[in-house]
Write a protein that binds this ligand. Structure first.
Ligand code: NAD
Ligand code: TYD
Length: 349
């Protein structure tokens, strides 16, 4: 029975990944280590409370005592590190915590795994550390071209710089100690359980409240959208079939401008929920500092080597996503209580 240490599993992608894995395999154990920051929410996992293959541990990946204790207590086979400060706008306001969690936290996890898995020379067979990274480490594209795994790292925001730094530490553990690792770099995810600081759930939530829809700059920045379940499938393949030391880009050629995303959401909610939701709610606001213009992934390596392909077309994924938020209004209310209003006011007024 393989044991997975999933970090940041109470966040958006981590919780989707835990659901995906426990649904697919009934012979694995998942330990979820999460600090429960503003972005972590146990509501995302409440259906697993009775599942004996799932254990939640509240704690910080920067706390080496907690992390080492988990390696003592469990025979961990895979570490999948999702834990991070993940929002670019927050990183512009407050970079320090991004360095702490994203860089230092990664090194603490690497060290703990190395101590548990290595006798000083060789690593036990069947163990692997997977770093969940981002295409933002490559920087920004012009009108043409795609990010490949060998595209030079050129991050711009404090967030992407912290993720690139973490990637370099993971690479250093492979190059120096031959630690078994993989790094995955995906494009923008969307789907259930995403905190409404990110574009898609923020726009859905604001449409439902008939509040202004903030669009940065000219609205023509491009992101390459990946349905979160397709991402989870890719991570599972990398864990099980990825060649040691390799980086895999994950994305499905779903490039859209931000304004297209916003208008798509408005149109669906206008037709299905409330005809008062119209494009009049759009408000062009000051651009993000250092705003990357375009991201676009070349996924040919993961397609050819591991046989992964994205199953969800953007037009279907966005409908499933909006429907999920419509049916889970309680979830939205719960995550937007507390400090969310304060954050929103500071960010958007
Ligand atoms: P998220 O912000 O929704 O969740 C992050 C989780 O990490 C939360 O549960 C939070 O409580 C936890 N966490 C934060 N600091 C911690 C710490 N010090 N110790 C333990 N837990 C801590 O993030 P997400 O969108 O699910 O992203 C997951 C990973 O995927 C991140 O590493 C992110 O960089 C990467 N990623 C995300 C996207 C995206 O579109 N969301 C795209 C590319 C890469
Ligand atoms: P976001 O969801 O924050 O992801 P990332 O910055 O990591 O790509 O933003 C996606 C795009 O949407 C990005 O170009 C910024 C833009 N955006 C807005 O126009 N308005 C908003 O309120 C937000 C949160 C983002």
């Amino acid at each position: 029975m393989d044991t997975y240490l999933v970090t940041g599993g109470a966040g958006f992608i981590g919780s989707n990944f835990i659901h995906y894995m426990l649904k697919k395999y009934d012979d694995i154990k998942v330990i979820n280590l999460d600090k429960l920051t503003y972005a972590g929410n146990l509501e995302n996992l409440k259906s697993l409370n009775e599942n004996s293959n799932y254990t939640f541990v509240e704690g910080d990946i920067c706390d080496s005592n907690i992390v080492n204790d988990l390696f003592q207590k469990y025979d961990i086979d895979f570490v999948v590190n999702f834990a991070a400060e993940s929002h670019v706008d927050r990183s512009i306001l407050e970079p320090e915590v991004f360095i702490r969690t994203n860089v230092l936290g990664t090194v603490i996890l690497l060290n703990a795994a190395k101590s548990a898995w290595s006798d000083g020379n060789n690593f036990k067979i069947g163990k692997k550390y997977i770093q969940i990274s981002t295409d933002e480490v490559y920087g920004s594209l012009g009108k043409t071209g795609y990010f490949k795994e060998n595209t030079p790292l050129c991050p711009h925001s404090p967030y992407s710089s912290s993720k690139a730094s973490a990637d370099l530490m993971v690479k250093a553990y492979y190059d120096t100690y031959k630690m078994p690792v993989n790094i995955t770099r995906c494009s923008n995810n969307y789907g259930p359980y995403q905190f409404p600081e990110k574009l898609i759930p923020l726009i859905i939530n604001n449409c439902l409240n008939k509040s202004e829809l903030p669009v940065y700059g000219d609205g023509l920045n491009i992101r390459d959208w990946l349905y979160v379940e397709d991402h989870c499938k890719a991570i599972d393949m990398v864990i099980n079939k990825g060649k040691l030391g390799q980086v895999y880009n994950i994305g499905g050629h779903n490039e859209r401008t931000n304004i297209h995303i916003v208008k798509t959401i408005i149109s669906y909610i206008h037709d299905k929920v409330d005809s008062l939701v119209t494009e009049d709610l759009i408000k062009y606001v000051q651009d993000r500092k250092g705003h990357d213009r375009r991201y676009g992934i070349d996924p040919s390596k993961i397609k050819t080597e591991l046989g992964w392909y994205p199953e969800t077309k953007f037009e279907d994924g966005i409908v499933k996503t909006i429907e999920w938020y419509l049916q889970n209004n309680d979830w939205m209310e719960s995550v937007t209580s507390g400090n969310y209003q304060k954050y929103y006011k500071e960010m958007y007024s």
